[in-house]
Design a protein around this ligand. Structure first.
Ligand SMILES: [Zn+2]
Length: 236
């Protein structure tokens, strides 16, 4: 009896899809069966992209203005409450979907690598989580975004910082409390030298900018380091 060497499992995917449909991480609607992208076509078009990468100075750099010396900074999406970018970040941070961070990173990396201000980037540094928090979550979402950016931009991801102060969830704190809370939270990792390098510091979302500022200040201790930043989304 002839047995096909590579039996199609499409019927199995379709059958399982009836019970466990693959959902788009930005709108939670069913993806067409067989689609490997974690975001549907509609969301690819409708996710609210910023134009930060087209301007050296923009809403992101303005948020950190006067706080530390930046080459430039760009966030991919505008964070809108109950919007697509918020759903995406929910899945990335709280629902164990780290792969979506890498997917967004690859996508944004394709955008940034065509922009002169980002072509001189030599290393990508993710904002670290405290080891205890990373253990609880199982991963650092910024690592996965950095990984995707690194693949598209063909640059190494360097773990140059570590978080030494464990901070409880910051959502109930005032802006001033958060800044005090985070200011002393990071240290450079021994054995890494980024002197003279152009570094892209990356995080998932920019709110007050306090975390990025604290990490950036640590990186700027290296002599002649040039600092740029990238994030998945910026909140108002
Ligand atoms: Zn969608």
């Amino acid at each position: 009896m002839a047995v096909p060497l590579h039996p199609s499992t499409r019927w199995l995917d379709d059958l399982l899809g009836l019970f466990y449909p693959n959902l788009c991480y930005a709108c939670d609607r069913n993806l067409p069966s067989g689609q490997s992208d974690p975001i549907c076509l509609t969301c690819r078009y409708k996710l609210p992209q910023t134009d930060h990468h087209l301007h050296l100075e923009n809403a992101f750099t303005e948020r950190l203005w006067g706080r530390l010396e930046l080459q430039t900074a760009a966030a991919f999406f505008q964070f809108v409450k109950d919007g697509r970018a918020q759903r995406l970040l929910y899945h990335l941070k709280y629902n164990g979907k780290q792969e979506v961070g890498r997917y967004i990173g690859k996508w944004y990396g394709e955008v940034l690598r065509s922009v002169p201000a980002y072509q001189s980037v030599e290393a990508i540094v993710p904002v670290p989580l405290h080891p205890r928090k990373e253990k609880m979550r199982g991963y650092n979402q910024a690592d996965w975004f950095a990984k995707g950016l690194g693949e598209s931009m063909d640059r190494p991801v360097v773990q140059a910082l570590r978080r030494v102060v464990f901070t409880q969830t910051q959502t109930r704190m005032t802006r001033a409390e958060r800044q005090v809370n985070v200011r002393q939270a990071f240290e450079p990792v021994a054995g890494v030298d980024l002197s003279g390098r152009h570094v892209l510091l990356v995080d998932d979302v920019v709110t007050t900018g306090a975390t990025l500022e604290a990490c950036g200040a640590e990186l700027l201790r290296y002599s002649n380091l040039k600092l740029s930043m990238a994030a998945i989304a910026i909140a108002d």
